[in-house]
Design a protein. Structure first.
Length: 211
């Protein structure tokens, strides 16, 4: 069974979805690191990203009242905590992640795409780091075992841009309008957030009806 998951790096829902998928696969006896292929789907936000603007202000700029912004951030944080994830979304910086996605593709050539994806997501959701800043991206890459100078070279050019666009395009062809988005054996199975128990049922159904 081939499991594919499309994510963005400034999506608070994606680490929760990844953790729930990991739990669901563990329930079925599969190994997350070897059976899940991560794919890029950079988000197009309803309002443009603005340098320095934190997540609460970004969400409010889309038209949500301040009280609802606070409630939503608290709700997502509580869901994350239930999965063992520490969120500080009041510090999160929504930014264009295209270059960060390119870096994860390069990390994949060294077997470190899942590790770098997780590290970048944690930097966004819990540490208030700017994932559009090249120096920040290089530092985070070194923390998962990648070399700094090659990482800088990747970011300075357009390496892996075509791969990011191709993965996003394929996700769109399968029906992904947002993230996280799950496909199994080349078929779309789940869009958006799902409970772990539902993911188990979906995966069991996929095993029972292989492509």
């Amino acid at each position: 069974m081939r499991v594919e998951l499309w994510v963005d790096l400034v999506c608070p829902w994606c680490p929760i979805g990844m953790r729930r998928l990991e739990t669901a696969l563990d329930h079925l006896g599969h190994d997350f690191a070897t059976t899940v292929a991560l794919h890029s789907l950079p988000l197009t936000p309803p309002v443009p990203y603005r340098p320095g603007r934190l997540l609460p202000a970004h969400v409010a700029a889309a038209g949500l009242p301040p009280a609802q912004v606070e409630q939503r951030i608290a709700y997502v944080g509580a869901l994350a905590a239930a999965e063992g994830l520490a969120y500080r979304l009041e510090l999160a910086r929504p930014v264009d992640t295209f270059d960060a996605h390119r870096l994860t593709h390069w990390a994949g050539r060294h077997g470190l795409r899942p590790a770098l994806t997780e590290r970048l997501a944690r930097a966004f959701t819990g540490e208030g780091l700017d994932l559009s800043d090249p120096d920040t991206l290089v530092e985070l890459a070194t923390q998962v075992g990648l070399e700094a100078d090659p990482a800088r070279t990747v970011l300075a050019g357009d390496a892996h841009a075509a791969q990011v666009r191709a993965e996003a395009r394929r996700g769109g062809e399968l029906g992904a309008a947002g993230v996280p988005f799950l496909a199994v054996d080349g078929r779309p199975w789940a869009a958006g957030m799902r409970e772990t128990a539902e993911l188990v049922r979906l995966l069991e159904a996929a095993l029972a009806s292989p492509a």
